[in-house]
Design a protein around this ligand. Sequence first.
Ligand SMILES: [Zn+2]
Length: 242
Amino acid sequence: MENKKYTIKCPECGADVEVSRPAIINVQNDPEYKIKVLTGELFNEKCPKCGQGLQVVSRITYHDMEKRLMVYFRPVTSQDELKTFDYEAIRSAIEDNFKAPNYAIRVVTTVNELMEKIKIAEFGLNDGVIEIAKFVYFDIFTKQFENIGVVNIYYERRDDKNALIFFCNDGQTRSIFIDPDVYASIEKRFSAVCKAIYTSRVCMVGRDWALRMIKAYSKLDGDKQEPVTDIKPELKLLNSDN
Ligand SMILES: [Zn+2]
């Protein structure tokens, strides 16, 4: 495995910090790197001068041949970077270089998304279904907890079950189990698009993707109401994590 070297400035003391990172992780060759990504260890550095802990993100191509997962992590850390983020250019560059059938080929921009894609593949789930499930549960969550804002939602495995973790604006996180029946009904209803993202296409499967799919299906159904109206799971709130 070849490492790439980066130099960053410590925001605390201004010292140059040398960072050595793999640009490509192949899980079959370097299984320990899967753990390092999932724990976040790979992105944690320490300033040798002042000891300040730093999170340093770098471009990584993550490949798991067994799970048929290829994730291109192209970090976006500021609004300026977001403005110049050219997904189409990234996609066409990837398609020139990597072609494989029945693969999940994803582009992600944050460490959390990278971790989430790995976890979803680990448990044999479809990330399109998970993204749509987030909307279904967000909908009922906000009805039940009107005064609590949701900042982010991520997939997580909890107690051997599939769960969604809601990061809320009161500083708390709240876990909700994904009802297997809800998962199955989303998978059935959105079957065509959820299969299409596991071909050889490069996709960004996140919130925007799910919203586009839900809107498109609502139109097809002639549904002027809320999207995914026939899927109404019970809200099984596990615990309030601290
Ligand atoms: Zn420092």
